[in-house]
Design a protein around this ligand. Structure first.
Ligand code: ADP
Length: 169
């Protein structure tokens, strides 16, 4: 399938954006000309969100300021409607381990049933990011641990401001 000239949507809550997410964004840019990062509200089961939707959108926009192929937009509602509004027929999801698979598979099939013209593409990150999740980063950062190997520098600075402490690098 040629995705030249196409827009791929990469949806998620990105609370916060990690280097695992970034790895997927950069892989997606090899397939599509434009990657639209669709930032969702954090789900209600997240007890301690790190950043508000507005903060996440502005933070991720800053991370990709020098990347013309990446756009960042907040989103709510049905993903397939959002995709249609933006003329996108491809949704990208990262797949880390078997544990991601069941939920992702269900969601992909549901999205297909809602909108048959949309394809979901699963991408595997570099192996060193397969264990990485936003919730783990939030937890470690909140407890004062060093998350510098796992997030872009701009995110690290913002986490330090959020939880106290200074980034050292
Ligand atoms: P959601 O709440 O929709 O799962 P996340 O922000 O946690 O939102 O994740 C967004 C997408 O990025 C999902 O497809 C998720 O599987 C993927 N993802 C999260 N962390 C990583 C990682 N370390 N490597 C690859 N993909 C990841």
């Amino acid at each position: 399938m040629s995705l030249a000239g196409s827009t791929a949507i990469y949806p998620g809550s990105f609370d916060p954006l990690t280097l695992g997410h970034d790895d997927i964004v950069r892989r997606a840019l090899r397939l599509a000309d434009r990657v639209l990062i669709a930032v969702a509200e954090t789900s209600t089961h997240v007890k301690r969100p790190a950043f508000s939707l507005e903060e996440r959108v502005s933070l991720i926009t800053e991370v990709y300021a020098d990347e013309p192929g990446v756009e960042v937009v907040p989103f709510s509602g049905l993903l397939v409607d959002f995709a249609a509004r933006h003329g996108a027929r491809v949704i990208i999801r990262g797949l880390r381990a078997v544990s991601d698979f069941e939920y992702e598979f269900q969601m992909a099939l549901m999205n297909r049933s809602l909108s048959p013209e949309i394809e979901v593409i699963f991408m595997a990150p570099a192996s060193n990011y397969t264990f990485l999740s936003s919730s783990l980063v939030r937890e470690v950062a909140a407890l004062g641990g060093d998350v510098s190997p796992y997030v872009p520098h701009i995110v690290l600075e913002r986490l330090a401001r959020r939880y106290g402490g200074a980034p050292d690098g």
